[in-house]
Design a protein around this ligand. Structure first.
Ligand code: SF4
Ligand code: SF4
Length: 140
């Protein structure tokens, strides 16, 4: 989901992709590193890093030197440890309009999510894609 709809980025900010796929987003180690550098424990606490040689650790407690040992990073409720059902960063700003609360530092996979581009994840319920008659275009 983008923050400004343009001809090149036809996202309608309906929030549907975030509501459906948001709980499964996985940041890259680079994303995690940026959050550590910026002191974004508000973001880090929602993720658990599964390590190659040690037990899982909440990303808010992660040592930057351990980033190379990460096998995967998954979203978890920081209070209960449970899977989450809704991305905690999604913000409803109008009846049918949603924005990303961490837009400037959101994970790479959110930045590159463009269902209207050939080769990207197809999502036939994407409102931006529907508006274009489900026509997809080649990457610029
Ligand atoms: S981090 Fe932002 S863009 Fe990514 S799923 Fe959550 S609300 Fe959507
Ligand atoms: S489903 Fe499509 S239009 Fe809706 S927020 Fe996601 S990318 Fe934007």
């Amino acid at each position: 989901m983008d923050n400004i709809a343009t001809e090149e980025e036809p996202c309608e900010q309906c929030g549907l992709c975030c509501r459906i796929f948001g709980p499964n987003i996985t940041p890259t180690p680079s994303n995690v590193y940026v959050w550590i550098e910026q002191g974004r424990t508000d973001i880090l606490r929602w993720f658990v890093a599964f390590m190659e040689k040690s037990p899982p650790v909440n990303c808010a407690d992660l040592n930057p030197l351990d980033l190379g040992n990460i096998v995967s990073v998954e979203m978890r409720n920081p209070d209960t440890g449970d899977y989450v059902t809704v991305c905690p960063f999604l913000r409803r700003v109008a009846k049918e309009r949603y924005l990303c609360g961490i837009h400037l530092v959101k994970p790479d996979m959110c930045c590159t999510y463009q269902p209207w581009i050939w080769g990207e994840t197809y999502f036939n319920r994407c409102k931006g894609l529907c508006e274009s008659g489900h026509k997809r275009r080649w990457p610029l």
